[in-house]
Design a binder for this molecule. Structure first.
Ligand SMILES: *[C@@H]1O[C@H](CO)[C@@H](O)[C@H](O)[C@H]1NC(C)=O
Length: 423
């Protein structure tokens, strides 16, 4: 009993310490002209941005975090620029402590039931890697785990290849999916793991593995992800320290580090910005893993999806200037096909998906994986912003199952689209 009590207090102390830096921080939902909201990127911690619910001309909503020190100053700024705001989280540290205890409870019950990976909680990097290795051992004819490289801090980045033909049938199109480039977007990894599960373990639709080869990278940024568990729940970037200023401001935004119009955005040049592009394109080992696997399968790659959260959006190129690639119609059609499949399973009160050009729906971005993969020749490439519901940023663990299931429906619909066009 004594030990239990001590453990409990140790846990509490850890939990309190870890989230201390967000004590008194609040989240505000902003609504305003797209130009104004877009200009906040790089200056404020924007946790999500999406088109305003009512389609007024060019209005965006954004969820931002304000510390007590800067709150008044920013609220004045919003007042001056026709940005309206509403407080939606009163104390972020408290919200994170609630999240911790929910996850702890879900993990305890999972442990008691003897499962390894379930869809009602979040897992750590090592557990996820072990799970992938176990799948490969159990389904050797379908799953291969590749260990392409280590992260900046030396963690093994893994991806799985799923193929009924050992990736040797050069007529089959390839679909590539990555998750957790942004460390705080926790719900993305369960979605990737569930896609693997549906293809391999439950094997719900054999056409999807017979006719398509899959590459899935469930945890692209393990350093950042572990850091969100141990130190800072809102960490987004990698943890690299190879750029000027990295002592104070380590890490690079992986989704600004791709070599497509890299270095063209002022707000991404500052190492302390959460959208820092890095010292050079592909400076991050985590991003080079994605680059290399894409290049390796370029001949056959038909679709690329980068999983992010949140906002219920399928976003396609070109994010750097808002014009459309030559296959804009196909991009839209495949995107709508996936979005419609997801919406048909969505919760009643959930927002519906928006499909569109990234810069037209939101604002300009450079160095993104969606634009780079399109530019090098993959026909159908998307940033998929998963749902957050009314819980906004941190999706409670009990909603993971809903999100993984509805998103699978979209991925399956996208895969059937790929079969029909490229198969
Ligand atoms: C917009 O950017 C794309 C590449 O992302 C480029 O191919 C296109 O020419 C640009 N269009 C304009 C009008 O600048």
């Amino acid at each position: 009993m004594k030990r239990v009590v001590i453990c409990f207090f140790a846990f509490l102390a850890l939990a309190y310490g870890r989230h201390e830096k967000y004590e008194g921080h609040q989240l505000f939902q902003l609504s305003g002209p797209a130009r104004e909201i877009g200009s906040l990127e790089g200056k404020l911690d924007i946790l999500s941005a999406k088109p305003a619910a009512r389609v007024e001309s060019n209005q965006l909503q954004a969820l931002v975090r304000l510390s007590p020190e800067v709150k008044q100053q920013w609220l004045r700024y919003f007042d001056e620029r026709q940005i309206t705001y509403k407080k939606v989280v009163d104390n972020l540290a408290e919200a994170f402590r609630d999240e911790d205890s929910q996850i702890e409870a879900a993990r305890e019950s999972a442990k008691r039931s003897g499962r390894n990976i379930g869809w009602d909680t979040y897992y750590r990097h090592q557990e996820i890697n072990d799970h992938l290795d176990a799948l490969a051992a159990q389904y050797p004819n379908l799953v291969t785990v590749i260990n392409p490289a280590l992260s900046y801090e030396g963690r093994q980045i893994k991806y799985v290849r799923i193929s009924t033909t050992r990736f040797e049938d050069l007529r089959k199109p390839v679909i590539i999916i990555d998750a957790m480039v942004h460390a705080r977007e926790w719900v993305t990894t369960p979605v990737a793991l569930y896609i693997i599960n549906q293809l391999v373990v439950d094997a719900v639709d054999s056409q999807l593995t017979q006719d398509i080869d899959w590459i899935i990278i469930p945890l692209a940024n393990p350093d950042g992800y572990e850091y969100t568990h141990d130190e800072d729940r809102l960490w987004r970037k990698t943890r690299s320290k190879s750029h000027p200023g990295s002592d104070q401001c380590p890490g690079v935004d992986g989704n600004r580090n791709f070599d497509h119009y890299w270095g063209t955005s002022e707000s991404s040049a500052n190492p302390c910005s959460i959208i820092y592009e890095g010292p050079s394109a592909f400076s991050e080992p985590e991003i080079r893993v994605i680059r290399d696997v894409v290049n390796q399968h370029l001949e056959r790659a038909a679709m690329y999806i980068s999983l992010h959260s949140y906002g219920n959006m399928f976003l396609y190129a070109w994010g750097n200037n808002g014009t459309l690639p030559s296959n804009g119609l196909a991009l839209h059609l495949a995107g709508v096909t996936m979005a419609t499949a997801i919406d048909s399973l969505a919760l009643d009160n959930a927002p519906r998906y928006v499909v569109g050009n990234a810069a037209q729906v939101l604002y300009f971005t450079s160095g993104t994986s969606r634009d780079w993969t399109r530019a090098v020749g993959i026909p159908l490439t998307y940033t998929l912003e998963l749902p957050g519901y009314e819980y906004l940023f941190e999706v409670p663990a009990q909603y993971v199952e809903q999100i993984v299931k509805e998103t699978w429906a979209g991925i399956a619909a996208g895969a059937h689209y790929v079969r029909s066009i490229f198969g």
